[in-house]
Design a protein around this ligand. Structure first.
Ligand code: SAM
Length: 246
């Protein structure tokens, strides 16, 4: 999954998402040391941690997302450190004291081999006892195969208005959700332009993640249903996993 095409839209959609920031900052402040953030994107979490003086490296495959992240670093006067690479294959000569993978970053691992390669590679970059913390959304979806507008409207500096429409398709057997974005911009003079992107996510159930962690050399995780630490239950929107390298 290449986020290059989505990079321009990404910050409009998610820069305001803050539910996870204090949670990851708390984990990182308790651990300290060298932190690896997997799927750092445009640096939404990276910047929050760096602003607190934490030593974080953002691993991100998309050149365009990194470009946006570096623009953020310059704008905010922050020393953000991005490395272009893939969680399955990146290599660093140094190990890390903590790995985090915020906001569904692991949902782009589509096959069992992708998932195991990623987890084993992360395990190889952590010392025994070092924490690995990540969150994934609980699979629960809106109306499929239907064009939806979910309130995403952005107003640009030159009077243009952008509306985001989505169509989602669900392949239950493959545990894959495909989201097509139709991004319509009407300029101040009334001309309409449409961009189209596709996002594919492999969603997870709780116990397969637990097995995956065991197979890759991690301890049984603590699983919460919120960033405040509440239990995972029928109302939870996220699954938060906190484990350690064995
Ligand atoms: C939903 S975004 C999350 C971005 C950021 N963590 C945030 O919270 O805003 C998922 C990110 O994972 C990245 N990603 C996708 N496949 C990846 C892979 N194989 N290895 C590392 N990162 C990956 C994408 O490029 C994207 O930036």
């Amino acid at each position: 999954m290449n986020y290059d095409d989505l990079a321009d839209l990404y910050d409009h959609q998610y820069d305001v998402y803050r539910d996870d920031l204090h949670f990851y900052a708390g984990v990182a402040e308790r651990t300290g040391g060298r932190i690896l953030e997997v799927g750092a994107g445009t640096g939404r979490v990276t910047a929050f941690l760096a602003r607190r003086g934490l030593n974080v490296t953002g691993l991100e495959p998309s050149a365009r997302m990194i470009e946006k992240g570096r623009a953020r670093a310059e704008r905010d006067g922050l020393p953000l450190n991005f490395v272009q690479g893939d969680v399955r294959t990146f290599q660093s000569s140094e190990s890390f004291d903590l790995v985090i993978a915020p906001f569904n970053a692991l949902m782009h691992l589509y096959s069992l081999n992708d998932q195991l390669d990623a987890m084993q590679n992360l395990r190889a970059h952590l010392g025994a006892g070092a924490p690995f913390v990540f969150d994934l959304y609980v699979p629960r979806f809106g109306k499929m195969n239907t064009l939806r507008h979910e309130g995403e409207t952005f107003h640009g500096p030159e009077g243009e208005r952008t509306d985001v429409f989505v169509v989602q398709r669900h392949d239950k057997l493959k545990q894959v959700i495909t989201t097509e974005y139709f991004v319509d911009t009407v300029s101040a003079s009334g001309s309409l332009s449409r961009r189209h992107f596709t996002l594919t996510q492999r969603y997870f159930n709780r116990f397969e993640v637990e097995w995956l962690l065991r197979c890759a050399g991690f301890e049984s995780p603590r699983v919460s249903g919120s960033f405040q630490g509440g239990p995972l239950d029928a109302t939870s929107e996220v699954m938060v996993f906190q484990t350690r390298a064995k």
